[in-house]
Design a protein around this ligand. Structure first.
Ligand code: GDD
Ligand code: MN
Length: 375
C-alpha cells in the first residue's frame, strides 16, 4: 500500500500497519501478547501502540520498559481520561501508518487473522475489515450465556442504526484504512466500548466492509472491564447517534433531570404543606430548594460527569446553578405570562415558557457552572 505523503522510493520509517492496543490493568498480558504478535506478524513492517488509561497495576511502566527494548512499540499513557473507544481513537491519531488494527490486550482476538485482514486491505477496495464471530467459521467461543444474550441484544439494537450489512457490529477487532478513519474522526461520539459501530455509523460515506471469521478466545490474564457503566455507555452511544443528531444529548438528559426535579418538588410540597401543615410559602420555598439541590447533584453526577465538580468548585458551582436557574425561572414566567395575556392557550403558554427557561438554564449552566476547561 502506498503512503500518500511519501514518494515510492523515499526511505520510509512509517510501518505499513499500526496495531492499536487499548489497556486497562493488563500487565500480565503484555509480554505474551507481544510474543504472539512477533509470531503472527513476521515479515510485516508493523508497530504496536499501547494506549493505557493510567492503569494502577504497573501496565504503563512495564509497557515503557518493553518499548525501550524494541523499536516498534510506543506507549501513550492518558491521565484523567478513560473509555475504550476514545483510547483507540487517540492511538490511531498518533500513527503515521496507512492502516490500523484494533486488538484487545487479553488475547481474546485472533492475532493470526491480522495478515489476512491486511491482504484484503491491500487489494484496495475495502475500508474496514471486521473480525466477525457471526459469519460462517466464526464463533463466540466460551462466552458466558448472559454475555451472549447481552451481545445479541446489543447487535439487534445496532442493526437498527446500520445502513450497511454487518454481521458483528459489536466486534472490537477490526482493521481500518487511515484515510477512511480520519475522514470520520471528527464525527465520532467516542462513547464507551463500541468504536466499530461508532465509526461505521459516523462515516460520511458508507464504508466498504469485508468480514472475516474468527473465534473469540478466552481471556489470558486479568479481568474483563465490561460493567453496568459500559452497558449504559452503549445506550448513550445509540442515543447520541439518533436523537443526538437533532438535539445535544446532554440537553435531553438535563431536561429529564429537570422533569424529575418537578416531580420531587411537588412531592416535597405535598409532604410539607398537606401532611405537616407547614405554611404554603415556607413549604414552597423548602420544596424549591430541595428540588434544586437534587437537580444540581444529579446534573453533576450524570449530565456533567465528565466535568464533575468537587470540593470548593462544588460549592461555587451550586451557587451559580441556583443563580442561573433563578433567572431561568423569571424568563420562563415572563414568556409564559406574555403569551397568555395575548390569549395563547394556557397549556401552550406554560409549555413554551418552560422551554425558554430550560434552554436558558442549560446554556448558562453549561457555560458557567460546568465550564469545559478543555475548550
Ligand atoms: N485504554 C483503555 N481504557 N483500555 C480499556 C478500557 C479503557 O477505559 N476499557 C477496556 N480497555 C481495554 C482492556 O484492557 C482490553 O485490552 C480491551 O480494552 C477489551 O476490554 P475487555 O474488558 O477485555 O472487553 P471484553 O472482552 O469484555 O469485550 C471485548 O471484546 C468484544 C468482542 O470483540 C471488547 O473489544 C468489546 O468491544 C467487544 O465487543
Ligand atoms: Mn476481553
Amino acid at each position: 500500500m502506498t503512503i500518500p505523503y511519501l514518494s515510492e522510493d523515499a526511505l520510509s520509517f512509517a510501518p505499513e500497519l499500526s496495531v492499536i492496543i487499548p489497556t486497562l490493568n493488563e500487565r500480565d498480558n503484555l509480554v505474551p501478547l507481544l510474543d504472539l504478535l512477533d509470531k503472527a506478524l513476521t515479515g510485516l513492517a508493523w508497530e504496536a501502540i499501547i494506549v493505557d488509561d493510567d492503569s494502577h497495576d504497573g501496565t504503563p511502566e512495564l509497557a515503557r520498559r518493553l518499548a525501550a527494548n524494541r523499536s516498534n512499540l510506543r506507549v501513550i499513557q492518558r491521565i484523567g481520561r478513560g473509555g475504550l473507544a476514545s483510547a483507540c481513537t487517540e492511538g490511531m491519531m498518533a500513527s503515521v501508518a496507512p492502516c490500523f488494527v484494533i486488538l484487545d490486550a487479553d488475547m481474546q482476538h485472533d492475532a493470526f487473522l491480522i495478515p489476512l485482514m491486511l491482504d484484503v486491505m491491500k487489494e484496495g477496495d475495502t475500508d474496514i475489515v471486521v473480525g466477525s464471530r457471526h459469519v460462517s467459521g466464526g464463533d463466540m467461543g466460551e462466552f458466558a450465556e448472559h454475555r451472549k444474550a447481552l451481545s445479541s441484544l446489543g447487535t439487534r439494537l445496532a442493526r437498527m442504526l446500520l445502513k450497511v450489512p454487518l454481521s458483528d457490529p459489536m466486534s472490537g477487532f477490526f482493521m481500518v484504512r487511515a484515510d477512511f478513519f480520519r475522514a470520520a474522526v471528527h464525527r465520532l461520539s467516542n462513547i464507551g466500548f463500541k468504536i466499530l459501530l461508532d465509526l461505521v455509523v459516523s462515516s460520511p460515506t458508507p464504508p466498504r466492509i469485508v468480514e472475516l471469521p474468527y473465534i473469540f478466545g478466552e481471556r489470558a490474564h486479568g479481568e474483563s472491564k465490561l460493567s453496568l457503566r459500559v452497558a449504559l455507555n452503549y445506550l448513550e452511544l445509540l442515543a447520541d447517534k439518533t436523537i443526538g443528531r437533532l438535539i445535544p444529548l446532554r440537553f435531553v438528559i438535563f431536561v429529564m433531570v429537570g422533569m424529575l426535579g418537578v416531580v420531587l418538588h411537588l412531592g416535597a410540597l405535598s409532604l410539607l404543606f398537606i401532611r405537616l401543615a407547614i405554611p404554603f410559602y415556607l413549604s414552597q420555598m423548602t420544596a424549591t430548594f430541595f428540588a434544586m439541590t437534587v437537580n444540581f447533584v444529579l446534573n453533576n453526577t450524570i449530565t456533567y460527569r465528565d466535568r464533575r465538580l468537587t470540593g470548593s468548585a462544588f460549592v461555587w458551582g451550586f451557587l451559580s446553578f441556583i443563580a442561573a436557574c433563578g433567572i431561568g425561572a423569571a424568563a420562563n414566567f415572563a414568556v409564559a405570562d406574555m403569551l397568555f395575556s395575548h390569549s395563547v392557550y394556557w397549556l401552550a403558554a406554560g409549555f413554551l415558557g418552560a422551554i425558554v427557561g430550560s434552554v436558558w438554564n442549560y446554556v448558562v449552566t453549561s457555560t458557567f457552572t460546568w465550564r469545559n476547561k478543555a475548550a
